[in-house]
Ligand binder design. Structure first.
Ligand SMILES: *Cc1c(COP(=O)(O)O)cnc(C)c1O
Length: 432
């Protein structure tokens, strides 16, 4: 995410803190837009006391907005009991959470969860499990004369910044400087059925034949690429090719999961998945309402059993504070019907934006509360800055697209307020 500050509009406290920030932080995020202090619901305040309506929610993380009382209570109570125990021990919250996630995903009997602390770690776990699975396929190493199994990823896909997840992440600018990365991960053009067929058909004996395909990894809505749905017909084709070739389908639900698209997981939406079932899903971002937490669910006993003691791990995996935060988040999403709210408020938001008649807005795409406004010209940073100065946080996800991912607790009035701010964005803002 690249950001641009507009120093002339920064308050004095913001300006001072951001000066200090830059002196001591690696410059990987650019200069932050503001220094935030506290929030309530969908609203957040900076250190100068300016208020913002937050339609980014920490990049689809703050499912319950800021400081939801049930989340605060759950985290505080768990902190007062034990914040961490290591994986030589277990805690009740992690056990409850794993069972709950399996249930919400509708994963079959025998499915198992691996917890990590981020989306990248969820995908690392998925890639490692896929590698173990790949070794069991006919024609794959380590059998004699076998070739390494492959993983197929999509152009424009995003799976995280750690070296394994980055190997499956498309964007050349962030991937190429670190090559060579994990070998035998290949990209196919997203949405192109023929390219997919060709990639699978390169498996074979002889000098030019490649190893079998262990897995395909994809997002049903490519979030970082600008909130672009892959298309249900294509996803059905991917599942079909995976089935024929005994390959796994890994659906990265890091951004789309936990209610955001109007179902618990995006693959449960027929209009995104064509009704297909994954072999693994990965999750993070919104799952713990702001606490760092992520992971992977392997569907079914056989696949899950490929991970054995020592196969994988992390010191913080299944951390009780994170698990308590996630349980509280899921409980509130359920009890306040926030999955349905995501669907309804998302529709209101998309329709409201188009009804503004602002010539800058060409269309709005997305599902539930993961949406992007397509702009008439590439001025997304200028729009983001203008909106920020007028009290609304949105995200310049692509030069010509604004990402909107408000908290799932967003109200009808919040959406009306956001739409009325967006209605006034000058259509002739300069290109970035
Ligand atoms: C954000 C994101 C990730 C990476 O998550 P981190 O927590 O930043 O490691 C992976 N996949 C998708 C689809 C994402 O949106």
């Amino acid at each position: 995410m690249s950001t641009e500050t507009t120093p002339e509009t920064l308050g004095p406290q913001d300006a001072q803190w951001l000066g200090s920030y830059s002196k001591v932080h690696m410059n990987v995020f650019g200069t932050p837009l503001r220094v935030l202090d506290h929030g309530h619901g969908a609203h957040v305040w900076d250190v100068d006391g300016n208020e913002y309506l937050d339609f980014l929610a920490g990049i689809a993380v703050n499912s319950l907005g800021y400081a939801h009382p049930k989340w605060v209570k759950a985290v505080s109570e768990q902190a007062a009991k034990c914040a961490h125990v290591s994986n030589y021990f277990a805690t009740e919250p992690q056990i409850e959470l794993a069972a709950k996630l399996i249930k919400l995903a509708g994963a079959p009997e025998g499915s198992h969860v691996y917890f990590g602390n981020s989306g990248a770690e969820g995908n690392e776990a998925a890639i490692k499990l896929a590698k173990l699975y790949g070794r069991t396929l006919p024609g794959a190493s380590p059998s004699i004369g076998g070739k390494p199994a492959r993983i197929i990823a999509m152009t424009h896909g995003f799976h995280g910044r750690t070296l394994g997840a980055l190997s499956a992440t498309w964007k050349p600018a962030i991937r190429l400087p670190y090559e060579p990365l994990v070998p035998n991960i290949e990209f196919v053009e997203a949405g192109d059925q023929l390219a997919l067929y060709e990639a699978f058909s390169q498996t074979g004996q002889g000098r030019y034949g490649k190893g079998p395909v262990a897995a395909v990894i994809l997002e049903l809505i490519q979030g970082e690429a600008g909130v672009r749905p892959l298309g249900a017909e294509y996803v059905k084709k991917v599942r079909q090719m995976c089935d024929i070739n005994h390959a796994l389908l890994i659906i990265d639900e890091v951004q789309t999961g936990v209610g955001r698209t109007g179902e618990w997981f995006a693959f449960q939406r027929e209009d995104l998945s064509g009704g297909v079932k994954p072999d693994m899903i990965t999750f993070a971002k919104g799952v713990a309402g702001g606490f760092p937490m992520g992971g992977m669910i392997a569907f079914g006993e056989k696949l899950s059993a490929l991970f054995t003691p020592g196969s994988h791990g992390s010191t913080f995996a299944g951390n009780p504070l994170g698990a308590a935060a996630a349980l509280a988040t899921l409980d509130v999403i359920e009890s306040e019907n926030l999955v349905a709210n995501a669907e309804e408020r998302g529709r209101q938001l998309r329709e409201g934006i188009m009804a503004t008649g602002n010539p800058l807005f060409v269309s709005v795409r997305g599902r539930g509360l993961l949406d992007a406004v397509e702009l008439a010209h590439p001025c997304s940073h200028a729009v983001m800055n203008w909106a920020l100065e007028h009290g609304l946080i949105v995200n310049a996800v692509a030069p010509d697209a604004l990402r909107l991912a408000p908290p799932l607790i967003v109200t009808e009035q919040d959406v009306d307020q956001a739409v009325s701010i967006l209605a006034k964005v000058p259509a002739d803002l300069p290109n970035d």
